[in-house]
Design a protein around this ligand. Structure first.
Ligand code: GTP
Ligand code: MG
Length: 329
């Protein structure tokens, strides 16, 4: 064992050893990964923790896992996983109900949501997974909620624009996330903690309950205080105001592109795009279709904005949203 493991790390490891449930183990492993000193001497150990984490997450998502554990994790589906995060009663479940076919419990009392609930939200020809979560509240949110957030692609921070203490609620929300080592901001989401042990996650502020006059004043105050740091959208799950823009915003912030593949001499199908991270190459497209194509790809032809139709491109050519790619293997 590397000699310079900190007391903080050893404490997390102790918690891992005595953990009984999957969510408890995942939480302890995440803490270990966050606080482990990051240098050459711990590289093997870090890799080992990551392996155990992804194995546990996989186990919990398969049907074979214990029923109870299954309730605390959410199998990723569609083009990206977006989680609804916010204080009690801000309208997270209402938004899930408005944007997907899911049927969450909506109630006028706080803490009505107890378990994660996913639904699929449509944006043009892709589907984005939206996950409703229990609220974030000082010392009242169970650890597995943060584990789900750490594993998400995008956070929708849902706030109640009609709450008299809106700004305080926003501050508390961001502070609670930070306590759980989650930094919400205008940066690409990472699935692993950074050097300082923080999960950096891209976030968008959703001011819900935007209808009515008090909301209008609050909206301005929120935009003024946080608008520089975070993208901001005002919506109302009640009247539907702002909701049509929400899926497009999520798609944009997920940082993904849709590529359509075709075989020579045939028309592409525009129904089922290959979804890839922004910054992917033609080789990435090939690898997404079949892992052998990574080695066998010779070149590609491409159609899209700012290119000649059917232009021949090499393997490292960057693809853009909407491109049609013909792979030559
Ligand atoms: N006026 C107004 N009320 C809303 C709006 N959206 C939700 N509500 C109401 O706000 C209350 C809370 O809604 P929920 O969707 O249950 O809120 P939640 O954030 O899921 O609450 P928890 O699960 O307890 O964290 C309910 O009474 C909703 O009807 C809105 O846009 N405008
Ligand atoms: Mg709810």
């Amino acid at each position: 064992m590397p000699a310079n493991l900190t007391p903080q790390y050893l404490e997390a490891e102790r918690r891992f050893r005595i953990a009984k449930t999957g969510p408890e183990k995942i939480e302890a492993l995440e803490e270990m990964l966050a606080v482990i000193p990051k240098h050459k001497g711990t590289e093997k150990l870090q890799a080992d923790i990551k392996r155990r984490l992804s194995k546990l997450r996989g186990e919990m998502q398969r049907k074979g896992g214990p029923q109870r554990a299954y309730l605390f994790s959410v199998d990723r589906q569609g083009a990206g996983q977006v989680v609804l995060v916010g204080p009690p009663n801000s309208g997270k479940s209402s938004l899930l109900a408005s944007l997907t076919h899911a049927l969450p419990e909506v109630a006028d009392y706080p803490f009505s949501t107890r378990r994660p609930l996913p639904g699929m939200m449509a944006f043009e020809n892709v589907r984005i997974q939206l996950v409703d979560l229990p609220p974030i509240a000082q010392d009242q949110t169970e650890g597995w909620v943060y584990s789900i957030i750490r594993n998400a692609d995008l956070l929708m921070l849902v706030l109640d624009l009609q709450a008299p203490d809106l700004l305080e609620q926003t501050e508390i929300l961001l502070a609670e996330l930070e306590k759980a080592r989650i930094l919400a901001g205008d940066w690409p989401s990472k699935m692993e903690p950074d050097e300082r042990g923080f999960w950096r996650k891209r976030a968008v502020l959703i001011g819900n309950k935007a209808e009515g006059r008090p909301a209008r004043e609050n909206r301005e105050a929120l935009a003024e205080l946080y608008g520089q740091k975070l993208p901001f959208l005002a919506v109302s799950a009640l009247t539907g105001e702002g909701l049509p823009e929400l899926p497009a915003k999520a798609f944009q912030l997920l940082g993904i592109v849709r590529i359509y593949t075709k075989t020579p001499g045939k028309e592409p199908s525009f129904q089922e795009p290959v979804v890839l991270e922004k910054g992917s190459t033609v080789l990435g497209v090939a690898a997404a279709i079949h892992k052998d194509f990574r080695h066998r790809l010779k070149y590609a032809r491409i159609w899209g904005q700012g290119k000649y139709d059917g232009q021949r491109v090499e393997r490292d050519y960057l693809v853009q949203d909407g491109d049609v790619v013909e792979l030559h293997i």
